[in-house]
Design a binder for this molecule. Structure first.
Ligand SMILES: [Zn+2]
Length: 312
């Protein structure tokens, strides 16, 4: 699909690019090699596990480096706020985040200090600065984050997409229409997405549990397979790791796993898929704030009940 920006002096521990993987019975091209320096930018503890646990584990196994930035401590991610003081609960979720990443071999996790459900408060600029500074420090070859749909349409998730995309656009200075995929110096910006097959396979499940209820039709925004720039179809062994990482987010995942049933829950996000931004999305991110998409500015999100939120 486009060039990647891996150094020519890749260490021998890095496997050669995979050219084909299988998703169920479907051969699926993997359009780029395993990242060597992966940066994930997410909103709440557990976002990273659902959407990129398998990818992170692969990067670590290949000798690469992973850093996770998490905007909030997810302190409102409880359906029993009377029982949990927000600060105490936030500390618990931070512990869960670190324990979950430890399962995957990831130790570099940084909290960005926004409040759960309030990522739109305080302005975008400070967060863009922090994320841009992290990109300058870490020089990631791959950056994964939410797309403009926020996966679940959660306002915090959409804010993280906005910040990260704007930070990334600072690293290039060309015409957005011509650089989809990004120049080598900026790293490859990838948005977490799901395929049409995922949406169809889980349609009844999503309807029943209301996981994507923040969308009018209750369904995730999905793409055709040819839009997937990086896909990880997890093996059983990798699924074991991902499930163990999710289990560390016990305050968020135990109840949902019970409602779904263990086997369904375990294989729900068995395929982690990412797409590149479109030229329109990049142009919007690069536009002055006065001409930005008005829908990009949203009121604070009400914290979703953890049972029904993919990743709060
Ligand atoms: Zn979330």
């Amino acid at each position: 699909m486009s060039t990647t920006n891996l150094d020519s002096a890749a260490p021998s521990a890095i496997p050669a690019p995979t050219t084909n993987i299988r998703v169920g019975n479907t051969p699926m091209a993997l359009h780029r090699p395993i990242p060597r320096r992966l940066l994930g930018v997410w909103a709440h503890p557990d976002d990273e596990a659902y959407l990129s646990a398998g990818l992170m584990a692969r990067v670590v196994a290949a000798g690469g480096r992973v850093t996770v930035l998490t905007a909030t401590r997810g302190e409102k991610g409880t359906d029993d706020p009377d029982r949990f003081d927000a600060d105490t609960f936030g500390a618990e979720r931070e512990d869960e985040l670190r324990a979950s990443l430890a399962v995957l071999g990831v130790t570099d996790v940084r909290l960005l200090g926004r409040r759960d459900g309030e990522c739109d408060l305080g302005g975008d600029a400070p967060m863009v600065d922090v994320i841009a500074a992290a990109m300058d420090e870490l020089d990631p070859d791959t950056i994964v984050t939410f797309g403009p749909d926020g996966m679940t349409n959660h306002a915090d998730h959409r804010a993280v997409c906005r910040w990260t995309t704007e930070a990334w656009t600072r690293r290039w200075h060309g015409d957005p229409a011509t650089i989809v995929g990004g120049p080598a110096s900026a790293g490859d910006l990838l948005y977490a997405t799901v395929t049409n097959e995922f949406a169809a396979r889980n349609r009844e499940l999503h309807d029943r549990l209301g996981i994507f209820g923040d969308f009018g039709d209750g369904q995730p925004r999905s793409v055709t397979r040819d839009r997937v720039a990086l896909g990880c179809a997890l093996s059983e062994h990798e699924l074991d790791r991902k499930r163990a990482a999710l289990a560390e987010h016990a305050s968020q995942t135990t109840g949902l796993a019970e409602v779904m049933g263990e086997q369904v829950y375990r294989t729900w996000y068995r395929e982690e898929t990412f797409r590149r931004p479109t030229a329109t999305e990049l142009a919007r991110a690069a536009a002055p704030a006065t001409t930005a998409d008005p829908t990009a500015v949203t009121p604070p999100a009400k914290p979703a009940a953890p049972m029904l939120e993919l990743a709060a």
